[in-house]
Design a protein around this ligand. Structure first.
Ligand code: MN
Length: 177
């Protein structure tokens, strides 16, 4: 898994923005991502961080995989800059209202996730290693085999406090999409 080739994600921002009929300025307003950065992402000059991509998803009220080209057919493993290793397992399915990812946290790595849209629920199922999840002020440790479901419309963070990689399945539930 660690050696599986990964690429920078191709982001379908321009298509989504034009379908929504929004200008770059309007898109900056609803997502909180600067116009300059939006333009760079659309032109393929800059690869967004995972945090930025989640801001786009939240601003458009769309699942993350709506922005990942190829996610529905041949989900690629992607590496976001300065971020966690990330692979789509199941692209968003509108009937089920969910999408699933496999996430790898390197030893010592922390990932901060901003609150998702109201009502969004996350499942985490640890498949390898140990990770810690922060909800509110509390960090809780989970090891391989552990499962946790939590309201993801609040700040939450993941970290790997060990010297081995931590892998987990992450399913996003969107009851209102
Ligand atoms: Mn999250």
């Amino acid at each position: 898994m660690q050696n599986e080739p990964a690429e920078m994600p191709k982001i379908a921002l321009r298509a989504i923005r034009s379908e929504a009929g929004l200008s770059l300025a309007q898109t900056a307003e609803i997502t909180g991502v600067s116009k300059a950065m939006l333009g760079q992402i659309e032109r393929g000059e800059s690869s967004p961080t995972l945090v930025t991509l989640w801001k786009l998803a939240k601003g458009f009220h769309l699942p993350l995989t709506a922005f990942l080209e190829g996610a529905a057919t041949t989900p690629p493993a992607v590496n976001f800059p300065e971020s966690i290793r990330f692979r789509t397992l199941f692209a968003f399915d509108p009937t089920l209202g969910s999408e699933s990812f496999l996430i790898t946290l390197a030893p010592g790595q922390t990932h901060i996730s901003h609150p998702h849209d109201a009502g969004v629920v996350e499942d985490i199922f640890v498949t390898e290693g140990t990770l810690e999840l922060q909800l509110g002020e509390t960090w809780t440790r989970y090891s391989a085999g552990a499962a946790v479901r939590f309201a993801a419309d609040q700040p939450h963070s993941y970290r790997n406090p060990t010297e081995n990689p931590a892998l987990f399945h992450n399913t996003m539930h969107y009851p209102r999409i």
